[in-house]
Design a protein around this ligand. Structure first.
Ligand SMILES: NC(=O)c1ccc[n+]([C@@H]2O[C@H](COP(=O)([O-])OP(=O)(O)OC[C@H]3O[C@@H](n4cnc5c(N)ncnc54)[C@H](OP(=O)(O)O)[C@@H]3O)[C@@H](O)[C@H]2O)c1
Length: 298
């Protein structure tokens, strides 16, 4: 039985999805978070690695508050750069262990209009984007043959507040909501990202150096949308009477600059899976259906 250690696996949006999906696929899963100790303490982290003896470590821990990061640069850097860098260094001597680390579409500058490939040039516009880029670079430099960086984007899913939840909450309280239409990205269901992550990790365990898994991957649902299109789809699927009004980013000022276009190309993932990942509208429908079933079971 393969053993996973999921950092952020008890509380994070993606971490919880990974914990559930890896368990369903027969992995033995341990989670590690700040409840157990200080993840920035290398001695503590090393002890936990030695105690757990995982085959694969999934690091979902990150400073994900994009606007707050602008005012907490050093805190964001500690979590987004120093933690993955330390983890990768600790794994150098633990030769049986593989690291799956997560990156973001916000490392890109956002000027283009074609889905971004793994090799495209990053040009982060925010502290979050910069520190996340530093983190993925540190992992790749320290552990090039035993790590992969899975860049994901615009996550929605169970267990933690996210954009879709915020929209549906707002729709319960208001007759109309304003949503930005001039930022386009790759909406992604955390469960699907977790599933594709598990498949990549399993390919590594099966074939190791011949698996082609080490390196950078774009791991999202397929297709692209603006925040407004994503909101409209969620509102329509839940039969809410709320009106969604498109607005520009200038009409919704935010502290951190966001890319106007950061949809990720999933062709490399599609070649691995043998088909394109599930289109985001289908994934959104699956999420909203599961959410409704969970709510009615409460
Ligand atoms: N959400 C998105 O739309 C999105 C988009 C692109 C990329 N990503 C990337 O995907 C990965 C997972 O994101 P997510 O949305 O699942 O994140 P999330 O829900 O915000 O979870 C972040 C996790 O990091 C933990 N954490 C934060 N600061 C910590 C600290 N100082 N010490 C220990 N743990 C700490 C949190 O623990 P607590 O619960 O204890 O705070 C939580 O478990 C991240 O690498 C993120 O950059 C996410």
């Amino acid at each position: 039985m393969a053993k996973a250690l999921v950092l952020g696996g008890a509380t994070g949006l993606l971490g919880q999805a990974l914990t559930r999906i890896l368990t369903e696929r027969g992995w033995s899963v341990e989670t590690l978070g700040r409840q157990q100790g200080n993840l920035l303490d290398d001695a503590f982290l090393g002890e936990r690695l030695d105690a757990a003896q995982p085959d694969v470590i999934f690091n979902t821990v990150a400073w994900t508050q994009v606007d707050d990061a602008e005012d907490h640069v050093e805190d964001a850097r500690l979590i987004n750069r120093c933690l993955p860098a330390s983890l990768a260094c600790l794994l150098k001597s633990r030769e049986s262990m593989f690291l799956v680390h997560y990156g973001t579409d916000f490392i890109f500058g956002g000027q283009g209009s074609h889905p971004l490939k793994e090799e495209d040039k990053p040009q982060p516009q925010s502290v979050y984007g910069r520190t996340k880029l530093e983190g993925e670079e540190a992992v790749r430099a320290a552990l090039p043959d035993r790590s992969c960086v899975l860049r994901t984007a615009w996550l929605f899913g169970h267990g933690r507040r996210n954009f879709v939840e915020a929209i549906l909450d707002a729709c319960r309280r208001r007759d109309e909501i304003n949503v930005v239409h001039d930022q386009v990205g790759s909406p992604s269901f955390a469960d699907d990202v977790a599933l594709y992550s598990a498949q990549l990790a399993e390919a590594w365990l099966e074939k190791k150096a011949d698996s082609g898994v080490p390196g950078v991957w774009h791991v999202t649902n397929s297709g692209e949308a603006s925040w407004c299109e994503l909101a409209c789809e969620a509102v329509q699927l839940t039969s809410s009477p709320c009106r969604v009004i498109p607005i520009t980013s200038d009409e919704w000022p935010q502290k951190a600059k966001r890319p106007s276009y950061s949809a990720l190309c999933t062709d490399k993932l599609a070649a691995f899976l043998g088909k394109q990942p599930r289109p985001w509208p289908q994934a959104l429908r699956a999420y909203l259906f599961a959410r409704k079933t969970m709510d009615s079971g409460k």
